[in-house]
Design a binder for this molecule. Sequence first.
Ligand code: HEM
Length: 270
Amino acid sequence: MSKTSRHPGEGSAVEATAPTLGATAPTLGAGSGLPSAGADTRAAGHSAQRWLSWAKGGVFLFALLPWLRLVAYGLTDRLGANPVEFITRSTGTWTLVMLCVTLAITPVRRLSGMVWLLRLRRMLGLFACFYGALHFATYVWLDQWFDWASIVHDVSGKRPFITAGFAAFVMMAALALTSPRAVVRRMGGRRWQRLHRLIYAIAVLAILHYWWMKAGKNDLAQPAIYAIVVASLLGARVLWALRRQRTQALPGSSRSPAKSDSTVSRSRTR
Ligand code: HEM
């Protein structure tokens, strides 16, 4: 994939470059025959790339902090009286937080106009899966000690909150496995995007998982906060999709259905 044809999860090339290069720069650079304008555009492009690399590095380190904290606490014997519970809860919470942050990228981008945010989405989604894998591994290894009969029992419905969490994790793993650019290319943008809409089901199942777990302890304050956050993030998408449909249905609308089905248009709703 060339530098300008972005990963579908990172938005279109148009969306990704427009704010940093400015609205008029591409037209000047492309066909006006003004070499200085082209050089300016290239320089702006390079500095934007450099800035984005720094931003990505910063977000990467920041997203790694919860894991580094767990490792540091483990090495210094500070995981508390029940280390397994500490690790399970910490990794579960960070899975959910990373999911919410990933889902927040599109609404924040739409409201703020900060298109470059889309370039962070894939990494954040992979971090959600990373913490989900640690969470699942903690359950299988430290909580259940590889007692597969008990695990299958839990997952198959004995403990519904585990069933919901497991379903969410399996879907998350599918999204992570299909995130490399080579896989996106092989699948085709549309099929990839259809599959990656599973993120919405994952978010709902994650909330159910948390809700059911805490319902047994009559302590729904925190799950309620996450439920409101996820409902707002998904609700905003539903509202925008309905508004777009209405705009397209208006007689004389210049946005044909064919265009609305394009990669660019779809990436805006995710
Ligand atoms: C997207 C996937 C998942 C998310 C977002 C998630 C999230 C969470 C959260 C937020 C908690 C509560 C943390 C707290 O008490 O503060 C939790 C607890 C827990 N989760 Fe998950 N989870 C996921 C998948 C799984 C899976 C796959 C399993 C096991 C098959 C699992 C097993 C557990 C267990 C055993 C607890 C602790 C229950 C307790 O302390 O009583 N979770 N999870």
